[in-house]
Design a protein around this ligand. Structure first.
Ligand SMILES: [Zn+2]
Length: 181
């Protein structure tokens, strides 16, 4: 699934809002300079193993695409900025799936790194592997099993990560899809 590149968060979120209603969106902002929009493969109910580059009919969460596309995203950023990024802000329409979820994303191997079940575990490992970059994550809706716990419990789940929910008052002026409150 290709990502799209945008010069501002507003432009990336406008594109995210145009995505299909059942698609989960992820916007990654690098140093406030370039913004990348990645979406889930629509059918999140598919059970076939995920193979990057051959996603038709398969289950691929937006976070999986993001991790697979990361080298290409970095190349684009480096071409544009002339250096590597120091900061990566992730804006997700839904909190990452967890092992508690029936449809947690399946394991995958990318560039020789084994990522386990769930996007929470994948991202946690991904952030650790990219320790020179400061990551933060903001979500709008709690995904699946996370709906049954509080925002604080969910935050505790993500350890030391700069992690939290967007609010209608603090959504960076750029509401992601389905923000109707
Ligand atoms: Zn997921």
């Amino acid at each position: 699934m290709p990502f799209t590149t945008h010069a501002s968060l507003t432009a990336a979120c406008t594109a995210a809002q145009a995505a299909a209603h059942h698609v989960i969106t992820l916007v990654a902002g690098l140093d406030g300079h370039r913004y990348y929009l990645v979406t889930s493969t629509p059918d999140l109910g598919a059970t076939a193993p995920y193979v990057h580059g051959a996603v038709a009919g398969q289950s691929a969460h937006a976070e999986m695409h993001f991790i697979c596309d990361w080298p290409e995203i970095l190349r684009d950023f480096r071409t544009s900025a002339g250096r590597l990024p120091k900061r990566c802000e992730l804006f997700l329409s839904h909190s990452p799936c967890r092992n508690e979820d029936d449809r947690a994303s399946p394991p995958m191997t990318v560039s020789g790194v084994d990522y386990g079940t769930s996007c929470k575990d994948k991202l946690t490992l991904f952030f650790r592997k990219n320790g020179s970059i400061r990551f933060s994550l903001r979500y709008w809706l709690r995904f699946a099993s996370a709906e049954a716990i509080t925002g604080e419990q969910l935050r505790a789940n993500f350890g030391e990560l700069d992690f939290g929910r967007m609010t209608p008052e603090n959504n960076y002026g750029n509401p992601l899809p389905r923000i109707t409150a």
